[in-house]
Write a new protein. Structure first.
Length: 212
């Protein structure tokens, strides 16, 4: 399995979304899979399950209706975005294989930093317990499948302004607390976490391929 890793730096959300769509539409059976790592300036993204979503209570941040799964979330500088552009059919993966690989990779990276993270039933993403035992979300997921290929991916909160999350019900859950690696005492910066996380993702995807 060959996966091309691209570090894009800071990119516009809508431009990157359209680039993912174009890549997926234009790829063929021989096109290598890619993983894109980026950050986005402040934006709220609405997923396909948006019908009952409460819009943000603040109007200074743009809201974009996108084609990923899920409800509403926030992206901003200091949040690591990992987009996975994968051929599920060729690799004999299900979407659950990809979701599992992404979630487990975050759990693995946090475990290396002595942070115990976990999943929650019917609530995609990765969660941790804060010192006061409040459950807080640290990573969100949302994917899109088209013609047996997927795009969109994972966001991990690293060192960002978390206050825009207060204006929404993150991922559709009212009152859900949100945290980030910096607030958990993790000293690794964006570049370090990007490198470690993408290696884990490739490793876990490879294991899925071997199982399939």
């Amino acid at each position: 399995m060959a996966i091309t890793i691209k570090y894009l730096g800071v990119t516009d959300y809508a431009d990157t979304w359209r680039a993912m769509q174009a890549f997926t539409l234009g790829r063929n059976a021989a096109t290598e899979d890619e993983i894109w790592l980026t950050e986005h300036p402040a934006v709220y993204s609405l997923g396909l399950n948006r019908k009952t979503v409460q819009l943000p209570s603040r109007s200074d941040i743009p809201v974009i209706e996108t084609d990923r799964g899920g409800k509403i979330t926030y992206h901003g500088l200091g949040q690591l975005i990992v987009y996975v552009l994968l051929d599920l059919t060729r690799n004999q993966w299900t979407i659950r294989d990809v979701v599992n690989a992404l979630e487990q990779s975050v759990i693995d990276v946090l475990a290396q930093e002595k942070i115990s993270a976990f999943l929650m039933p019917k609530a995609p993403g990765v969660y941790v317990h804060l010192p006061n035992q409040i459950t807080a979300k640290i990573a969100s997921l949302g994917l899109r499948i088209k013609n047996g290929r997927c795009y969109h991916g994972l966001s991990l909160n690293v060192d960002m302004d978390l206050s825009p999350f207060l204006a929404i019900d993150p991922c559709g859950y009212a009152g859900l607390a949100v945290t980030q690696t910096k607030d958990l005492g993790i000293k690794a910066d964006m570049a370090q976490l990007s490198e470690v996380l993408v290696k884990k993702i490739v490793q876990n995807l490879l294991q899925s391929e071997q199982i399939a």
